[in-house]
Ligand binder design. Structure first.
Ligand SMILES: [Zn+2]
Length: 121
């Protein structure tokens, strides 16, 4: 991946990071905690997150829970580290380049579409 592309994706990641951090701060509010609760349901009535989800709907972003947002944040930070290390955009399982369309949809991903599908099953 060229330096120009790296910079472009760094921009996308930082932008996304800002949104996720805002969502997490909103969710934490006054009752921080229950981070390890693993449910897969959508959070209802969360305006901040709903806005974020709507704004980025076409980028298949729909983390709806606090722990999902935390998870995305960790992945974004890891992706930024990979940009620094020069390994960004490479699948961590097969080592092949991740498609640019996929990176635009999920700039924090470290899996190619084939491995992501395999793991999701
Ligand atoms: Zn792969």
């Amino acid at each position: 991946m060229s330096q120009v592309d790296m910079e472009r994706f760094r921009g996308l990641l930082l932008e996304e990071r800002g949104r996720v951090v805002a969502a997490i701060e909103y969710l934490h509010g006054e009752n921080a905690g229950s981070l390890e609760d693993e449910t897969g349901e959508e959070t209802q009535g969360d305006q901040h997150l709903a806005d974020a989800a709507t704004a980025t709907h076409d980028r298949e972003l729909d983390y709806g829970l606090e722990d999902d947002a935390d998870n995305v944040l960790r992945q974004i930070d890891a992706a930024l580290e990979r940009i620094e290390a020069g390994t960004y955009g490479t699948c961590r399982i097969c080592g092949k380049p991740i498609g640019e369309e996929r990176l635009e949809a999920r700039p924090w991903t470290d899996l190619c579409i084939d491995d992501a599908r395999r793991l999701e099953r």
